[in-house]
Design a protein around this ligand. Sequence first.
Ligand SMILES: Nc1ncnc2c1ncn2[C@@H]1O[C@H](COP(=O)(O)OP(=O)(O)OP(=O)(O)O)[C@@H](O)[C@H]1O
Ligand SMILES: [Mg+2]
Length: 299
Amino acid sequence: MLRRRDETEVLDRQLAWIRVGHSSAQVLRGEAGIGKTALLEHVAARASECRVARAVGVQSEMELAFAGVHQLCGPMLDGLDGLPVPQRDALCVAFGLQDGDAPDRFMVALAVLSLLAATTEERPLVCLIDDAQWLDRASRQVLAFVARRLRSERIAIFLTVREGGASDEFAGLPQLVVVGLTDSDARVLLSAEIRGRLDGRVNDRIVAEARGNPLALLELAHGMTPLSSPAGSGSRLQDHSRARSSSASCGAWSRFRSRPNSCCWSQQPSPSVMFRCFGALRSTSPFPPTCSCRPRSQV
Ligand SMILES: Nc1ncnc2c1ncn2[C@@H]1O[C@H](COP(=O)(O)OP(=O)(O)OP(=O)(O)O)[C@@H](O)[C@H]1O
Ligand SMILES: [Mg+2]
């Protein structure tokens, strides 16, 4: 992974902070594919002397109250007996371990805070919560409450939120906006993904179109367009593309999606044609005879 100095410094500071007896919470916010999960993995790699707990927002579980908190706390349930009785009862009902009326969310939130704190006697706790925009609402409320109440428990909570996703609950927490890679880092990533030499103009155009988004760079480097890529990665790139298309400042990305058949080597090669050439360029150098496109002046 290319080191993102600014972002990783913020995250590393927070890990240092919990090692000396404090707590912290951090929301990492950014568009699809910009590298939020990669930064969470950086935290995980640096947190070897901490206990690490994880949860991932899942769209299909958004209607299931407390599903996200259940993911996070599931491995800690042997600590339930140490909780004050009202908190334990609330959490047990929320997790379906006990009968009862729908639990008070405040009580569940207190119980989660107590449960997390109880794990930190031996070592600090790092909670990594990815795609928090897809957590069920009850879990978002509980986790935001817990994050706001942290004091000296030696707990760090890191949440990633995709730009535009449901996340009002986290608004008051410290936010780190994850932006695109610098041009030079984008070029390093691109060249690491490509075997063989890439025509300089194609290279420039890919870097310009991706605007530092690592997912876009990687997908383009693999020669896929949003229209032809496989379902999994394609849907993420389409999310990214949608986000980009909605941004008035990114006409290029929209053009990429809306002009699939224009011709190569015009003054401004269209992105889709660029991909066609690029696909041919990937394995050979110099410019391969298999590319039938010509500069517009020669057509
Ligand atoms: N700094 C980096 N260096 C190299 N590759 C990176 C870097 N950041 C992200 N990537 C790669 O880019 C792709 C997208 O990154 P990631 O999954 O972290 O994005 P994301 O912001 O979590 O997207 P989403 O909102 O879809 O979850 C991944 O394949 C990841 O490995
Ligand atoms: Mg992610």
